[in-house]
Design a protein around this ligand. Structure first.
Ligand code: ADP
Length: 178
């Protein structure tokens, strides 16, 4: 009885904290979305409560697929993988501004090889200066997906190769139809 009283007192003295929802952004061109991207998305869902896959308009990169098509394919992949905490949104402003607009505190980037490091290092450093409250987290895909890139997928498809090892059947058929 006495014990119960003590624990009640302790509970009432504990400050009330509202758990904050951790929002992450995984930005990219996704031209098109690959199994490597999906692997990173699935991993990122374990780190944040809500993940926004930010599809960059990125006109400077002259993507093969329009922004609408990239969004459509990415949404379809997310649905097929049954990931309810993931949302797909377009953006065409500065990444850190997009992150702030969405209330995100984490930026997710994938690292494939040493070759990615230089660029990612610069980008993370720049974003840290622009928005110190937003942290960049790097994830590695599992070994079998690490070497996949959208660029190689498009090149292999252009030369008539089989891309079904690298993208879903749906994305493969969209790429082949180009
Ligand atoms: P970006 O134009 O920003 O490079 P991408 O769509 O090519 O957009 O890639 C988005 C992110 O996903 C980048 O951080 C990239 O390094 C990462 N990524 C792409 N493919 C893979 C992969 N196979 N394994 C791990 N990370 C990957």
């Amino acid at each position: 009885m006495a014990r119960a009283k003590v624990s009640q007192t302790r509970v009432s003295k504990t400050p009330m904290t509202t758990p904050t929802k951790r929002i992450g952004i995984y930005p990219g061109t996704f031209d098109p979305i690959t199994l490597g991207h999906m692997d990173i998305i699935a991993r990122a869902t374990k780190l944040v409560d809500h993940l926004i896959v930010g599809v960059a308009e990125n006109a400077g990169k002259s993507p093969l697929f329009s922004l609408e098509d990239r969004i459509k394919m990415t949404r379809r992949e997310v649905e097929d993988h049954n990931l309810p905490s993931v949302e797909v949104k377009p953006f065409n402003n500065l990444l850190v501004h997009f992150a702030q607009q969405q209330g995100a505190s984490v930026l997710i980037r994938g690292l494939r090889a040493v070759s990615d490091f230089e660029f990612e290092f610069q980008m993370a450093g720049t974003n840290q200066k622009l928005a110190p409250q937003v942290e960049t987290v790097f994830l590695m895909a599992s070994e079998s997906y690490q070497l996949i890139s959208s660029r190689f997928v498009k090149e292999i498809a252009r030369l008539g190769g089989d891309i079904t090892h690298f993208v879903s059947d749906f994305v493969a058929s969209e790429v082949k139809s180009r």
